[in-house]
Design a protein around this ligand. Sequence first.
Ligand SMILES: Nc1ncnc2c1ncn2[C@@H]1O[C@H](COP(=O)(O)OP(=O)(O)OP(=O)(O)O)[C@@H](O)[C@H]1O
Ligand SMILES: [Mg+2]
Length: 384
Amino acid sequence: MTQQPTTGGDVRLTGISKTYGSFTAVHPLDLHIPAGSFFALLGASGCGKTTTLRMIAGLEDPTTGTVLLAGQDVTALPPYKRPVNTVFQSYALFPHLDVYENVAFGLRRRGVKSVKKQVEEMLELVQLGDFARRKPQQLSGGQQQRVAVARALINHPRVLLLDEPLGALDLKLRRQMQLELKRIQTEVGITFVHVTHDQEEAMTMADTVAVMNGGRVEQQGAPAELYENPATTFVANFLGTSNLIEAEISDKSGGALVLTTAGGKLALPAARCSAPVRTGGKVLVGVRPEKISLTHAEDADTVADGRNRITGRIADSSFIGVSTQYVVKTPDCPEIAVYEQNIERDPRLVPGAEVVLHWNPAHTFGLDAAQDIDAGTERDEEAA
Ligand SMILES: Nc1ncnc2c1ncn2[C@@H]1O[C@H](COP(=O)(O)OP(=O)(O)OP(=O)(O)O)[C@@H](O)[C@H]1O
Ligand SMILES: [Mg+2]
């Protein structure tokens, strides 16, 4: 490959799919990843993430569809002719070469004579200048991971593909490397496509997250948009935690829909309902645990008008430092999760206490009730 400018290229997948015999690993998929963006493919094990990435890299032939990289149709090109590099979970460093030579490898293979300046710049970028003469086995997991990134970036790919690159690291190092990778991406401006099953990792790093389930992208968008406005039960449950309550639309005449639940009435802004809206129609009402406030039943009259409210009884509470997590039994839903920040805790809020759960209706979302209410939960994963 000739020297290319180090600027990001966009990725355009059109009708791309992969079947193995009668099994479809990836259903026909259209995806546009803008140049220079940090894009995450997020989903549970077996949902088709690696297969999608391998089709972009050219390591897997798509059954149907085309792959465009920086505007060029590369569907028929072998991996080494595509302007991409891949960083795998097992960094696959050369054990007999030191850090410097591992990073220089791509340049030497292309016959580049003077590698010093580029290698040194690259080691600087990943903050391994002092480790140039160490062998991979003399490095920590995170340091090896950075060598793998440097080794890929020195080839000036337009797109860097990362398949669970932090999977081998412990939690603390993972968090540190997430920020590190994000910094490197911002600095070099190359398009990063990052595959992970860790929703926090995807949200921390990516500009855009595509949530995959069963070989399909269910929803894509900015992390906050996906989190605040999930469109399916899978996204609502897989990305963080959601409380989903069965309800029926009883009035759709105002700006907010009025919903009837087993325990009373709730309001839902019409624009935040992705289910078909008709009177008598069933919906799943969603609210995130941190949006809900708890008030002891004795103080029920202090709850402001206009808030959605449900009454219940605390079944369980766990103190986890920054917050206390409650499980509340209600007529609407057997288990509602509530996360309260640990500021001025009410000592009466203990298991057995009668409480009012209340929240701003603007934080409510509505989903199509025809879906599996447990899709994307741990319960669902255990059953699969
Ligand atoms: N060569 C193959 N032959 C048959 N089935 C395959 C083959 N490669 C992958 N699959 C299947 O395709 C599905 C998607 O696999 P893929 O590796 O893309 O999943 P993934 O989302 O990367 O999962 P993980 O998070 O576990 O890495 C899986 O059910 C897998 O068993
Ligand atoms: Mg995989």
